[in-house]
Write a protein that binds this ligand. Structure first.
Ligand code: PGA
Length: 257
């Protein structure tokens, strides 16, 4: 089974989000969810509309971020986990590199948000990944392992968590065409799996999907999914373009049949 998560960032307005969600629903209606599992992460403003388009399908609704605060109150500009649940959200991205960059989330903040997400029975998709400088100086493995160590210092690793490896330099909006080779991605997935073993039982670790994200497109998706322990993908830009997303879904449908 492959897990496919579409992160629409701030690419689509509400009307386009609604349209693309309905399209995906029609494209995947014949696909058994035991083979391909899709999650859509629209902007918060589009959550309710997208929820309506996918309510009778196996497509899951995801959010791009949550507030780290459990309590109601004076937290201007935050979206509480409880209200995401009300909108039908069941998964949430945590520690996406753009949230780390623009909103300053650290691994400690990601750990707090993880606690909140688990408390509200939201499935967290924890994003980790190194910068270009980390990779160039040969410390990428250590940086990613340390991110996981900080996040899982206080919260035990448990079933229902997903990890996404997203090398920051390979995200399409900043990569200028650079991509992470499938072999390098697979190596990092091994590093991640090894790091997870430090924080949880083997049985739990085996059930944690590890996704790859960073300039995934119809041209390269199968080369990532063919690698060991790449259990799915987190797709940004290509998932927000109807034609590209449709090509990806068609390719995946052929691949599993
Ligand atoms: P990208 O984005 O597919 O456009 O590189 C991935 C992400 O940021 O989650």
């Amino acid at each position: 089974m492959y897990k496919i998560v579409a992160n629409w960032k701030m690419y689509l307005d509400v009307q386009k989000s609604r349209h693309l969600a309905a399209q995906l629903n029609s494209w995947v209606s014949q696909i058994p969810p035991s083979e391909l599992q899709f999650t859509l992460c629209p902007s918060d403003m589009a959550l309710w509309d997208v929820a309506r388009q996918i309510e009778s399908s196996m497509i899951k609704l995801g959010a791009q971020n949550i507030s780290r605060s459990e309590a109601h109150g004076a937290f201007t500009g935050q979206t509480p986990a409880q209200q995401l649940r009300e909108a039908g959200v069941i998964e949430v991205l945590l520690g996406h590199s753009e949230v780390r960059q623009f909103l300053g989330d650290t691994d400690e903040v990601v750990a707090q948000k993880l606690q909140v997400a688990l408390h509200h029975e939201l499935t967290p998709i924890i994003c980790v990944g190194e910068t270009k400088a980390d990779r160039d100086s040969g410390v990428a493995d250590g940086v990613v392992a340390q991110q996981l160590a900080t996040i899982f210092e206080h919260i035990s690793l448990q079933e229902g968590i997903t990890i996404a490896y997203e090398p920051r330099w390979a995200i399409s909006s900043v990569s200028q065409g650079a991509t992470c080779s499938p072999e390098d991605a697979a190596h990092m997935h091994q590093v991640i799996e090894h790091a997870l073993h430090e924080h949880g039982d083997t049985e739990v670790v085996e059930r944690i999907p590890i996704l790859y994200g960073g300039s995934v497109s119809e041209k390269n998706i199968l080369s990532y999914l063919d690698q060991p322990r790449i259990d799915g993908v987190l797709i940004g830009g290509a998932s927000a373009k109807e034609e590209d997303f449709h090509s990806i879904v068609k390719l995946l449908t052929e691949h599993i049949s």
